[in-house]
Design a binder for this molecule. Structure first.
Ligand SMILES: [Zn+2]
Length: 304
């Protein structure tokens, strides 16, 4: 089973259509769910994918355009009806708190769970950390304040090599120390290095979520060689000037960012409804970055 998966619940732009729902992505990292943007229909998308509401504790908003937040009142209200408990943290700008708090005060009184806001800034900073994960913001260039999010797993501890541990008579009480890198000194004084008693850890996985934004050439350095890069591609190259004017990118520009950052894979989305064939985005991007995939509602990508 995957320990880090990306679920696309909505990958259209502007308004829901019969082809696409507005922006919403849910990461499943070791059975904890992290939502990025909450477009209309997010709660239905979760149900369709079998994503459990009580595992969702963090919602990260990229910016305050309706197609990225209109699903929030419904989702929060439904979770109250489901008697969900605990706490949900919404990561958003100060303006987001201003807009959402009165709505919560009106519609969500006597909630069985707590809603907490974490106020973010339109600059690069660490906004979340737990035992396994760090989340940073990446400032973007859109018509309103907007950030991307970089999710990075912390380095993992190596696995114990049971055969080698048994061979050297490693006591069980030393397992954790050896996995931390400490050597084992045998009763006869022989030193066994940790590397001889362990197998290398699985590589740390990472995901960058970049949308909505105009093309920023220097952003590749901010992102780095992530396992998967989501980069918005609202337009195709023939409409590059419209994209720039509206603070969006083309599929070709998304591909250039993927190539320049050293990402392993690229996920495209946030398509303008003027296009009727999403494969065109994939084709345009693949000329520059072959490992590009056009997102669709219900798509799950496992990073491990
Ligand atoms: Zn927007």
């Amino acid at each position: 089973m995957s320990t880090f998966s990306v679920n696309v619940l909505g990958c259209g732009s502007a308004r829901p259509s019969l082809r696409h729902m507005p922006s919403c992505t849910v990461l499943n990292i070791r059975e904890s769910l992290f939502m990025i943007d909450c477009g209309e229909g997010a709660q239905l998308g979760m149900q369709r994918k079998g994503l459990k509401f009580n595992r969702l504790n963090h919602i990260f908003l990229t910016h305050l355009h309706g197609d990225h937040v209109f699903g929030l009142p419904g989702l929060l209200g439904s979770m109250a009806l489901m008697q969900r408990t605990g706490r949900i943290t919404i990561h958003t700008f100060a303006e987001g708190v201003e807009v959402l708090q009165p709505m919560l005060d009106y519609f969500c009184q006597d909630m069985p769970y707590e809603v907490q806001f974490n106020v973010i800034k339109p600059e690069r900073h660490l906004i979340y950390e737990d035992d396994v994960l760090r989340v940073r913001t990446i400032p973007l260039s859109h018509r309103v304040k907007c950030v991307g999010y970089l999710f990075e797993e912390k380095p993992k501890t190596p696995h114990l090599d049971r055969a080698s541990a048994d061979f050297h008579g490693l006591p069980r009480a030393m397992y954790a120390a050896v996995k931390r890198g400490e050597p084992y000194v045998k009763p006869d004084g022989t030193v066994i290095p940790a590397s001889a008693l362990t197998k290398p850890a699985a590589p740390s996985l990472s995901y960058a979520h970049i949308g909505d934004t105009a093309y920023i050439p220097g952003i590749a350095k901010e992102i780095g060689p992530v396992s998967l890069l989501y980069h918005e591609s609202t337009y195709l190259a023939p409409h590059a000037s419209v994209a720039k004017e509206r603070g969006h990118s083309t599929a070709a520009e998304a591909a250039m960012v993927a190539r320049d950052s050293g990402a392993s894979r690229l996920l495209l989305g946030h398509y303008s409804s003027r296009y009727k064939d999403d494969k065109l985005f994939e084709e345009e991007a693949r000329k520059i970055f072959p490992d590009a995939i056009a997102a669709y509602e219900g798509l799950t990508i496992n990073l491990d």
